[in-house]
Design a protein around this ligand. Sequence first.
Ligand code: SAM
Length: 215
Amino acid sequence: SDSHFPVPVSPSQVDYTLHYPRYDGKKIAFADIGCGFGGLLISLATLFPDTLMVGMELRDKVTEYGKERILALRTGNPGQYENVSVVRTNSMKYIPNYFEKGQLTKMFFLFPDPHFKEKNHRRRVISPHLLDEYAYVLRVGGIIYTITDVEELGLWMKSCLENHPLFKPLTEDELQRDPVVKLLSTATEEGQKVERNGGQTFQAVYRRVELALPH
Ligand code: SAM
């Protein structure tokens, strides 16, 4: 339960020197929510070597695995992977405890748990209410990436984003040019599983925009 992991009271209370060996006060810019074993972050760490990134994962053992994996990569590749870390937390409750307003430039929700039953939709990591929170921590121009192999969930995530006033879909051209989009289905453990089984995926990639005021 939540009582088993510490929760920082505010972003300024998080000791990032424990996460990033060369931490110099620069803020985390990418967050992978429900990062699982951390495959996406590990790909991003070398693609964006100067960007700090964090995974948030609820399961204790999975988080520990991710931490070990990152430490092993640091040992095997001196100077690399020092910009990536994972924390064990419940992202549905504690995003504002970790990130300040407008801090993030990218957020990832890759193959989240589907919670099929209507009464469990409130447990989904994308919802109208949680999108308010994500819009708060994302800077204007920042991007939210979602992907799933569950069509119903894909439609749900897309419609939540579509109906939110602070998000706008990337154009086809922007999607093509963003190197991160290609990683959504190839870099995570879940994405690789879906790909091996020849499954279909449904993605929604939206940009945080400013509220359009009526003229
Ligand atoms: N994104 C990874 C991937 O694509 O391989 C993992 C996908 S896995 C199906 C969903 C993950 O989200 C699980 O590891 C689960 O423990 C985590 N998760 C579920 N609810 C969460 C929450 N409230 N906060 C943080 N992580 C959560």
